[in-house]
Each structure stands twice: as C-alpha cells, then as structure tokens.
Ligand binder design. Structure first.
Ligand SMILES: [Zn+2]
Length: 280
C-alpha cells in the first residue's frame, strides 16, 4: 500500500486493514493447524517453570504417545514455520526449502544449510495436572515441542537398559500413557527460545482414565499443516508468504484462543468443524 493510499484511508479503514493484515500474517504460517484448534476450542499447553502432566494416547496400545514431524523454522524475513513436505514420509512432493538447502550445501554456504535444516518436533495430547487432576476429554491440550529438547529427555527418564542373563542389554520402556496404569510426568523448564531447556523429568503414579472416551480428539497427524509448495517457495525466494492461503478453515477474525468456555462437547465441536469445512 502506498503512502498516499494510506493517507486517503479513514482511521477506521486503516485499523480494519491492520487487523486484516495481522490475521493474514498469523494464519497458516504455523506448522500445525492453530485455526483448527481455535475452532475446536482446544487450548495449547504452555510449559511453566515447573509442570506436571499426563499424556493421553487415544489409540493406546498402538504406537507412540507423541507424533513426530519435521519443521523448517524461522524461514524468510517473516520468520515463518513450515512443515517439511518430504521428510518423515510426508509425501507432499518436493520441498522447496530442502531444495534451497541442497543448493546452499553444494555452494558451501554452511550458514544457510544450517538455517534451512528441518528440526524435529513432537505433538502430544496432555492434561495439565497442575491446574486440576480431573481427566476428561474437555481438559486435553495440545503440547508441541522440540524432539531434541523434550522428547529425548523424556525418553531417557522412561527407558532403562536391562542386562540380559545371556549377555547384552535390552531397553525397557515405562508406558506412561497406559490408561489403566498411567504415569504423571513432572518436569522443569528454564530459558527461552535458543536457550530453552527441559530438565528434572520424574514419574509418579497417574490417574487411570480407562473409563474415559477420548475418541472425539482429532488424530495428531490431522493437525499438521502442509502448506502449498508455492508458499514455501516464496518464503525462501522473497522472504514472505503473503499470498492467498488455500486452507478453507481460515476466517478473518482474530479471535483469541478459548475466548470462553463452550457448552458443546468436543464431539459436537469436531462435527461442526467438519460441517464448516465441507460448506466452505
Ligand atoms: Zn523440507
């Protein structure tokens, strides 16, 4: 927008434009679907200095209690996050950021090679026991965190090597998400951003939740936001993705997360979300 155009706008119009820009800038530029979480009224778990959580694994006993994804972080002038379109079997076609990384590598640009390297992040469903020990589907929050800083530390705490009678060792893992015999995980956090650290992991008996129904929770892989290749290309070429997003879930409202408690069950909210998606 030119300076002249800006001056010709009324204050109201200028504010409306600013709000729209902010909403556009916020949308779809995370690697997970934060707009979907807002629609479903699911909060994000933000770790404090000390924490105690229980991990909910809806598909127990199958699989791991977290979902791993590969994310290119702080890309371009706008410092955006993008899920890698290739790594971890994403299968969304060639990843423009990985292509740029290969080019940087070929010309010996180690700095850019490092900047464009995807980092591993885990998504979990957790319940924050520091607030309340009640376990039910409406208290589940999304926790998304670095694999290196968090999951590796957690794994160290829940696994131990057992010496075998015939020699050798076998890793034994405490299944913290067993609904009949779960463990609560406590941990501490210090620092921010690049100085961030999680430590002091400990386990204690959790609250069993085998009688609770978590089937309304979306599958973690469905929360991953794979952006169109064009957006990734723009971010590495021009440092911006200010292009139209193709995600139909976008609304221009910049509503805060969990503005008020809803009375609809999560199951109803998921059904409504799907209906809205189909309608748009
Ligand atoms: Zn990539």
């Amino acid at each position: 927008m030119s300076e002249q155009e800006q001056q010709e706008m009324s204050v109201e119009e200028a504010i409306a434009q600013r709000v729209q820009d902010a909403a556009a800038g916020d949308f779809g530029e995370r690697y997970y679907k934060n707009e979907m979480l807002k629609s479903l009224d699911i909060e994000e778990f933000v770790p404090k200095a000390t924490n105690i959580v229980q991990f909910i694994q809806p598909a127990f006993p199958k699989g791991y209690w977290g979902y791993l994804c590969h994310v290119h972080r702080w890309i371009g002038a706008d410092n955006l996050d993008f899920t890698c379109l290739e790594k971890g079997g994403a299968g969304k076609g060639p990843c423009p950021i990985c292509i740029e990384r290969d080019r940087a590598s070929a010309r010996g640009d180690d700095e850019m090679k490092k900047d464009y390297r995807p980092s591993k992040r885990y998504l979990y469903w957790v319940i924050d026991l520091s607030e309340d020990v009640t376990i039910n589907v409406d208290r589940v929050k999304l926790f998304q965190v670095s694999e290196y800083l968090f999951d590796q530390e957690l794994l160290k705490r829940v696994s131990r090597n057992i010496a075998q009678p015939g020699g050798g060792v076998k890793a034994e893992i405490t299944i913290i998400s067993n609904p009949k015999k779960p463990f609560a995980v406590s941990f501490s956090k210090k620092g921010e951003k690049r100085g961030l650290e999680f430590f002091g992991f400990d386990l204690q008996e959790g609250t069993p939740f085998a009688d609770q129904d978590f089937s309304a929770l979306p599958a973690l892989p469905d929360l991953i936001n794979y952006q169109p290749q064009e957006n990734l290309k723009r971010a590495v070429q021009y440092g911006t993705t200010r292009v139209q997003s193709d995600d139909p879930g976008h609304s221009d409202s910049d509503a805060p997360v969990n503005p008020e408690a809803t009375t609809a069950s999560l199951q109803d909210r998921v059904a409504q979300y799907k209906k809205d998606q189909e309608a748009s």
